[in-house]
Design a protein. Structure first.
Length: 239
């Protein structure tokens, strides 16, 4: 690890929490009524929400502008509809990006009337304000099957990834077997969250929902090692 690399560990239970009858949501950054001026973003990453939506429930139509919104389902199925006519059902291994651009409305509803759906929803600032709204989804299971850390959403043209309208942002995901070690990508700002399972980062034990905010990461600086089977991590690199 280079002397300029900084590591800030954030434990799962320190996140902002919203719990109502149909939603259990943990917010890594200020969101909605939860606001801390010292915790609004990490680089260009503004939102990481870890949501459980009960069967048949969800978010009705609501508006967004000028945001790249990536939805990553961990368990279950989530149905998306928007005012541009896009419709899709998102499941584990399917990456989805909605560009809010000049303005769009969308709904997100648990596609199963009985079982919960769990997902991460993440927002990054786009390169340019006021672009035409857009939508893309792509099954990236074949990338995850490698057992490596792979780019699943990218503004830098990574093969096989969905496209982000932010040239400096990449979302990486890895489904790791026990004792598997992966090297974290370089970036001015790097954010890692353990979506499922356990692992170690620079000797620090991390559990489900724990996150690390890293700055000044160079190639080869840091590795993450899974300490249990079925460990899944999501990593963002931004400027």
């Amino acid at each position: 690890m280079t002397p300029t690399t900084a590591i800030d560990i954030r434990r799962a239970d320190t996140r902002f929490h919203t719990e109502i009858d149909w939603l259990d949501s943990w917010h890594s950054f200020s969101f909605g009524p939860h606001h801390d001026p010292a915790n609004t973003h990490h680089g260009q990453l503004l939102v990481v929400n870890d949501d459980i939506i009960r069967g048949g429930a969800g978010f009705g139509m609501h508006p967004h502008r000028d945001m790249e919104i990536v939805t990553w389902v961990l368990e279950g199925r989530l149905e998306h509809r928007d005012s541009a006519g896009n419709h899709g059902v998102i499941y584990p291994g399917l990456a989805q990006r909605m560009s809010a651009g000049s303005g769009i409305r969308h709904s997100e509803v648990n596609a199963d009337p009985h079982a919960d759906v769990r997902l991460l929803q993440m927002w990054v600032i786009p390169d340019t304000a006021g672009i035409a709204p857009g939508y893309e989804q792509k099954d990236v299971q074949h990338l995850l099957d490698t057992g490596e850390l792979v780019a699943v959403a990218s503004g830098s043209g990574h093969a096989g990834a969905i496209h982000l309208h932010q040239r400096d942002a990449v979302m990486w995901a890895g489904r790791l077997a026990a004792d598997k070690t992966v090297e974290l990508p370089a970036g001015g700002h790097v954010h890692l969250i353990v979506a499922r399972g356990t692992g170690t980062l620079s000797g620090e034990q991390l559990g489900q929902g724990d996150a690390a905010r890293l700055t000044g990461v160079s190639d080869g600086d840091l590795t993450f090692t899974a300490t249990g089977d079925d460990t899944e991590i999501v990593v963002w690199t931004t400027a």
